[in-house]
Design a protein around this ligand. Structure first.
Ligand code: 5GP
Ligand code: ZN
Length: 113
């Protein structure tokens, strides 16, 4: 997608702080962190938002959760962490390339606002 900032980050056209990468997934630091650990996990394939997941593209989403689990163990997030995907403007989605926020390092309120 030409104008997608996360596609540009994957291609290296916009700099980012990489945490993890494989052939399907890219994980990097959020530019405006809201917790001591605030990473974004994204598929390299452009999917706009969560309600566009379907039987043709869901394998990469399953893989993202495998990567998140691996990172959580490696980073020793034993005290807890949260994974959030905002879908649509009313839910707060501002970048329309699906992403999973990984939040940790402080107590997290629930329910979220
Ligand atoms: P959303 O609001 O769509 O759920 O989350 C988008 C996230 O992307 C926000 O937390 C925002 O800080 C982050 N973000 C937006 N632009 C950039 C960028 O250019 N680089 C990085 N690393 N994060 C970004
Ligand atoms: Zn994209």
């Amino acid at each position: 997608m030409e104008d997608c900032i996360f596609c540009k980050i994957i291609k290296g056209e916009i700099p980012s702080k990489k945490i993890y990468e494989d052939e399907l997934v890219y994980v990097f630091e959020d530019i405006a962190p809201t917790a001591p650990i605030h990473y974004l996990a994204i598929p390299k394939q452009h999917i706009s938002k969560l309600d566009e997941i379907n039987e043709d593209n869901s394998a990469v989403i399953a893989h993202i959760y495998e990567v998140i689990s691996k990172l959580a163990n490696e980073l020793n997030l034993k005290d807890g962490f949260r994974v959030v995907s905002n879908c649509g403007e009313q839910a707060g989605q501002s970048v329309f390339h699906i992403h999973f926020h990984i939040l940790a390092g402080r107590p997290l309120q629930w329910p979220a606002g």
